[in-house]
Design a protein. Sequence first.
Length: 369
Amino acid sequence: MRIRNDESNRNRSGEANRMDQENNYKVSIIVPVYNTIKYLKKCVNSLVAQTYQNVEILLIDDGSTDDSGALCDWFANKYPQIRVFHKENGGLVSTWKYGVEHSTGEYLCFVDSDDWVDSGMIAEMAEKITGSEREIISSDYVIERDDGTSEAVYQRLTPGEYDREALLKKVLPYVLGQEHRYVTISRCMKLFSKALILKNMHYCDPSIRMGEDTTITLPCLLDCDRLVIMDHKTYYHYLYVKESMIHQYDKGLYENNRKLRGIISHILEEKCCNTNEIPMPDYAWMLDQADREYIFLLLLALKNEARGNPSGYKKNIREICNDPEVKALVQKAAVEIHEKSNLLLYLVLLHPNAFMIRVLRMAMVWYYR
């Protein structure tokens, strides 16, 4: 088992560094674009500023109804490393999958069109790649709020390099069902071997609108032979617009999360039970994770109702919490929760009485005021 920390990586010889540069693997940066004209310029400017030279930038316009598509074309005319594709609207999953299918790099990087990255992101992460078809390089990120404040978010997993044995013992048992991720489940802020993505794209369902990254990152983590966690490198800047969250209500979120749970279970069954890829006597440890993960998905559904459905939140919250399957799961799956907001949501899940539901609604109104 090998876990090599980044201190030893920094001490590599100059000759090894030159070898890394000579490898010069091509990185395809895939950017799904849909009606983000307000943020797109900042995003693309951060990509063309990358110090790593062997990149292509794929801007995939998912049928935008604003001027985003035209701006993509303007960038493509100005920068030869940019390729633009215009497609009918099909949602986020279909858009980044389209980008994968048209990419030519050995490694893939995903960036959402309202986010931006530091200029050295690809170069520093590319120093860690080896050419393997089953590796992931993962970094941290910064939440950039529209009120000007920001917050760095770090993965809980110790920075360093994890081989297959270390992945099985120290990573995969903690991928799901944690309040704070050991490894970010987002497809962004990472470099993936393209072969790893291609192998697992069939799990990605375009109808999943929330939590969709789990359906690609989870199977890739289960399959990968080498994972590198960068040493507290917050290259990626994730834009959080609070105003949009206040008015956003997803009527189908609960059903979305139920469907997502089914896909997660299917992935685990195929990877852990029907194959020998994860040599465990059983895969109960992964199924336990899946149950805990669904608890957190349920908390998101409760938050969605309490925050954005002022006329129907009471009825919908009771229906979610009193579903026999949900009640049985809550009794069976033990989760560790520390954040106050999640504790309140969890209490409502356990005790969905009128008083607790009302308290939750008041807390959501106050927070998103």
